[in-house]
Design a protein around this ligand. Structure first.
Ligand SMILES: [Fe+2]
Ligand SMILES: [Fe+2]
Length: 414
C-alpha cells in the first residue's frame, strides 16, 4: 500500500516546486498538495495521512497551530515542519508538536530521505505498538531547535566557536545545564569551562549536540512518581553509559565519529524509559512488581504492560528525529545486540557493553537487574577476549564514572 503524504504551504510556487521535485516518488507515495491549514484539516477528516509536512509561516493558521490540531486529532500521523532561518521564536513553539524540522531551502534528496525514513515499512511494522502507545501520550518530546541550528552550522565549513556560542545562547537554561555537566566529574576536565564555545572546543561539537538532545529530553519530563524508579538515577546512569561507551570505542582505536556516536547513543539509550515512566506512572509501577514477582526481564515486563518496551520507544523517537542510523540502532537494540544483522564493532557494541558494565559497577539501585553482556554476540564480532580488559579498566577507582562516590551532576530541569 502506498504511503499518503500531505504537503501544506500557502505559497503556490513552493507547492508547485515540491510537486515537480517529488514527481519521481509518485509510484511509492500518494501525495496531496494544499495551500492552507484549514483545507489540510478538512482533508484529513476525510482520509488519514501517514505524514504531513507543513510550512511554518502561513496566514490564518500557521504551521504550529496546524500541527497542534493534527497531534490532537490524528496522533498517528508523522508531523514534519519546514521552516525558514529567521523564525527562531516560532521554531521554539514547535517543541512538542513536531517530530522533525526541515529547514528551507530543502533539497529534493533531504526531503525524500526524511520522508522515506519515517515511512519505512519495516520500521512502521516494528513500531506499530509504539505508535499506538505514543498516540495515548499527552506529549512526546520533539527535537530541540538548538540541535538543528548546530547541525546546520556544522554543515558549513567556516563555522566558528563564536557562532556556536551564539546559537547556544538562544537557550540559556539548556546551556547552563550543559556547562554544569561539562564541569562535573564525568568529564574530568582540568579547568572550569565557563561558556558554550569553550565547551565546544573541549568536547567537540558532536558531544555538545548529543548533550543538547539529552538535556532537552530529560528537562521535558519531571521526576516520576513511581516507587522504585528514579529519574535522577536514570540520568546519572545515562551519562555514565555515554562516557563509558565512548571510552570503549577509543580504546579500540576506531574513528572519532564512532566514539562520538557511541556517546550520543549512550546518553539517549534509556530515554524511552523516561518517557514511559513520566507519561504512564501508574501503569509503569506494575513493571518493577512484575519483574520481582514473575521473574520477567525488563523488556518482557514493559511489553506486557505497554505492548512495547523502552528500547522500542527510544528507537522510534530518535528514528523520527532523523539521528544517524548507527545511533538509532544502538538505542533500539542496546539490550539485544544479537538481533542486528551487522556483525562489526560500533556504537551498538559499545553501548550494549557499557550499559551492562555500568550497572555492574553501580551502587545506585537499578529499576531492574541489567541485562548481562551478550557474550555470544561479542564472540561473533571477535571481541569477547577484550571484555575482561574493559571491565578491569572501568572498575578501577581512578575512573570517575565507575564509582558512585563521585560528584554526580543533577538531572536537568527548567
Ligand atoms: Fe535500557
Ligand atoms: Fe541502561
Amino acid at each position: 500500500m502506498k504511503h499518503r503524504i500531505l504537503f501544506v504551504d500557502d505559497d503556490a510556487m513552493v507547492l508547485a516546486a515540491l510537486q515537480r521535485m517529488l514527481r519521481p516518488m509518485r509510484s511509492e507515495w500518494e501525495m496531496e498538495f494544499l495551500d492552507s491549514g484549514a483545507k489540510a484539516l478538512q482533508r484529513m477528516r476525510e482520509q488519514p495521512f501517514d505524514v504531513i509536512l507543513s510550512d511554518m509561516r502561513m496566514p490564518g493558521m500557521n504551521g504550529v497551530e496546524l500541527l497542534q490540531q493534527v497531534m490532537a486529532n490524528h496522533p498517528r500521523t508523522v508531523r514534519l515542519i519546514l521552516s525558514g532561518q529567521a523564525e527562531p521564536d516560532l521554531i521554539l513553539k514547535c517543541v512538542g508538536v513536531t517530530h522533525q524540522y526541515l529547514s528551507k531551502p530543502c533539497d529534493a534528496d533531504t526531503l525524500k530521505a526524511t520522508i522515506a525514513r519515517v515511512t519505512c515499512s519495516r520500521l512502521q511494522e516494528a513500531h506499530e505498538p509504539v505508535r499506538t502507545l505514543v498516540a495515548r501520550m499527552h506529549r512526546f518530546p520533539s527535537m530541540p531547535a538548538v540541535y538543528l541550528e548546530l547541525t546546520e552550522l556544522l554543515a558549513r565549513e567556516d563555522a566558528t566557536a563564536e557562532q556556536i556560542g551564539l546559537v547556544m545562547s538562544r537557550d540559556p537554561a539548556m546551556t547552563a545545564t550543559i556547562l554544569k555537566l561539562v564541569n562535573s566529574a564525568f568529564f574530568g576536565l582540568r579547568r572550569a569551562v565557563t561558556c558554550a564555545d569553550e565547551a565546544a572546543a573541549y568536547l567537540g561539537v558532536d558531544l555538545l549536540k548529543a548533550l543538547t538532545l539529552a538535556v532537552n529530553v530529560f528537562s521535558q519530563f519531571d521526576s516520576a512518581p513511581v516507587p522504585g524508579v528514579s529519574v535522577d538515577g536514570l540520568w546519572v546512569h545515562s551519562m555514565a553509559v555515554a562516557v563509558t561507551a565512548r571510552r570503549i570505542a577509543q580504546w579500540e582505536g576506531v574513528p572519532m565519529s564512532v566514539a562520538n556516536e557511541s556517546f550520543t547513543a549512550g546518553v539517549l539509550h534509556d530515554a524511552g524509559q523516561l518517557i514511559l515512566v513520566s507519561s504512564f506512572p501508574k501503569e509503569y509501577a506494575q513493571v518493577p512488581r512484575l519483574i520481582q514477582s514473575n521473574g520477567l526481564s525488563e523488556r518482557e515486563a514493559e511489553r506486557l504492560v505497554f505492548g512495547a518496551s523502552h528500547v522500542e520507544v527510544g528507537g522510534y523517537l530518535f528514528g523520527l528525529w532523523g539521528l544517524p542510523e548507527p545511533v538509532v540502532t544502538a538505542i533500539a537494540l542496546h539490550d539485544r545486540p544479537g538481533l542486528s544483522p551487522e556483525r562489526r564493532f560500533g556504537p551498538l557494541t559499545t553501548v550494549h557493553v557499557a550499559n551492562a558494565l555500568v550497572r555492574e559497577a553501580s551502587a545506585i539501585p537499578a529499576v531492574v537487574t541489567p541485562p548481562p553482556v551478550d557474550e555470544a554476540y561479542l564472540r561473533e564480532i571477535g571481541l569477547l577476549d577484550r571484555l575482561p580488559a574493559w571491565r578491569a579498566e572501568l572498575t578501577t577507582p581512578s575512573t570517575p564514572f565507575s564509582s558512585d562516590a563521585c560528584e554526580h551532576p543533577d538531572p536537568p530541569s527548567r
